[in-house]
Design a protein around this ligand. Structure first.
Ligand SMILES: *[C@@H]1O[C@H](CO)[C@@H](O)[C@H](O)[C@H]1NC(C)=O
Ligand SMILES: *[C@@H]1O[C@H](CO)[C@@H](O)[C@H](O)[C@H]1NC(C)=O
Ligand SMILES: *[C@@H]1O[C@H](CO)[C@@H](O)[C@H](O)[C@H]1NC(C)=O
Ligand SMILES: *[C@@H]1O[C@H](CO)[C@@H](O)[C@H](O)[C@H]1NC(C)=O
Length: 424
């Protein structure tokens, strides 16, 4: 009954936190501990958002980049003040008695550096940009923080011509995602004054590649009564594996040449919803600690290419980030509300703040999994079937989950659900 579920998790560095040598410099230790706090909050946010998206789209593929959404909201929070700010940070699952706002921004700053590695093994790029209405003068503090903490590009934009503004922004995103995200904004209001953008691009090769000659059409059970034929890759290999009897699922981890990895999670038949309900950071940690290398005689994994577009306003409101859509305090962006140049200044600063309110939060993600590896501007899928033989056979021919894990940090880049690999 449950659809094929692909969770693409991009994670970074929990292990390094626990294995810190005693004599490590205090400064370094602080930074790593912050990474860990940031990562566990980001993971919590990722799974919470996943549950909302999966609930809203019960029989659809889901793919998104929780990390991209977290960074974009972190970036936005630079301009928020008062309860609006608190709500965003708490909505991102930060416990503000344990971590300060400044540390959160520094955490994202460091994370952005790890997302732009100087490595031949992995093509990964992430960054931010802001598109600012012509002649709108943003406070220096906001501009400086945007550049220093979020490495943001800045573009002066004429939103009065919304089509031109849209094509400027969408063109920027398309370029940064190697053409994979073509139309982030479907619509822009001519009253827009500021657009913040985050992008992530990821491309990695499997350490053990699948042989395209062995890829064949095979059945995938979308639901109890619906079966589709999809190109299915096959491989025998030794790779981390875990049979989770407690949650009724089987996990296979496939490693990239960069040593990052994708975690594929195949719930037992009819158990998808139970598993979805149990997704949380503790479960992920338990899985990571339980995976053990194992010879898999036959692994069957569909090749797939999925995409999703979301408007997140309602979902974020349900997750407690409400004020940004109703009565936001964005005085960190609006400052005194002065417009430079010939524009007449608005009557009061709070009115400017109100213009900045009613944002639209959109998200698009795309993930391709094939014989060579994974390309994502986001997701991936696995179905595991035990046959009654001694040999281990894992057949991803029904709903499953996938998580992509970075070895150095612990942040989820892609999270998704594939209900039907034959759908785009
Ligand atoms: C936040 O952290 C404090 C101190 O560690 C703890 O007492 C509190 O329960 C936490 N709050 C939440 C919502 O987790
Ligand atoms: C992105 O823009 C750069 C600089 O303008 C250009 O060199 C590059 O070819 C573009 N890439 C794509 C995929 O359009
Ligand atoms: C599947 O088909 C059976 C028999 O035709 C029917 O009883 C059952 O309700 C169907 N299940 C779904 C989810 O449609
Ligand atoms: C991946 O890990 C292996 C084994 O620990 C190591 O030999 C190799 O250099 C690593 N590769 C990269 C790209 O870090």
């Amino acid at each position: 009954m449950s659809p094929f579920l692909a969770l693409g998790l991009l994670l970074a560095g929990i292990c390094s936190v626990h294995s810190l040598p005693e004599n490590v410099m205090v400064k370094d230790q602080h930074r790593r501990v912050d990474d860990h706090t940031l990562a566990s909050s980001n993971t919590d946010f990722a799974f919470s958002l996943y549950k909302q998206l999966a609930l809203k789209n019960p029989n659809k593929n889901v793919i998104f980049s929780p990390l991209s959404i977290s960074i974009a909201l972190g970036f936005l929070s630079l301009g928020a003040r008062g309860p609006t700010l608190t709500e965003i940070l708490q909505g991102l699952k930060f416990n503000l008695t344990e971590i300060q706002e400044k540390e959160i921004h520094q955490g994202f700053q460091h994370l952005l550096q790890t997302l732009n590695p100087a490595s031949n093994e992995l093509q990964m790029r992430a960054g931010n940009a802001m598109f600012v209405q012509d002649q709108l003068k943003l406070p220096d503090k906001f501009i400086e923080d945007a550049q220093v903490l979020y490495s943001s590009d800045a573009f002066s934009t004429n939103f009065r011509d919304p089509e031109a503004a849209k094509s400027l922004i969408n063109g920027y995103v398309k370029n940064k995602t190697q053409g994979k995200i073509e139309e982030l904004f479907k619509f822009l209001s001519p009253n827009t004054v500021l657009v913040l953008v985050n992008y992530i691009y990821f491309k990695a090769q499997w350490k053990t590649r699948f042989d395209p000659k062995h890829t064949q059409q095979a059945e995938f059970h979308v639901s109890e009564n619906e079966t589709v034929e999809v190109p299915t890759m096959t491989l025998d290999l030794e790779t981390p594996y875990f049979r989770d009897e407690e949650l009724g699922c089987t996990l296979v981890e496939l490693t990239y040449t960069s040593n990052d990895s994708a975690l594929f999670i195949l719930p037992d038949e009819g158990k998808m919803q139970d598993l979805e309900a149990k997704l949380n950071p503790e479960t992920l940690t338990r899985w990571r600690e339980s995976l053990q290398p194992r010879q898999i005689d036959e692994l069957y994994l569909p090749k797939f290419s999925i995409k999703s577009d979301y408007v997140l306003n309602n979902i974020l409101s349900q997750m407690g980030i409400k004020k940004i859509f109703t009565d936001a305090d964005f005085s960190g962006v609006t400052g005194t509300g002065k417009l430079a140049g010939g524009c007449s200044p608005p009557p009061t600063p709070s009115l400017v703040a109100n213009v900045l309110v009613s944002p639209q939060v959109v998200h698009s993600a795309a993930l391709d999994v094939d014989e060579e590896g994974t390309e994502g501007a986001a997701a991936t899928g696995i179905s595991i079937v035990f046959l009654a033989f001694r040999k281990t056979v894992v057949r991803f021919d029904r709903p499953f989950l996938i998580a992509i894990v970075l070895k150095d940090t612990q942040s989820i880049i892609f999270l998704g659900k594939v209900t039907n690999p034959s759908q785009a």
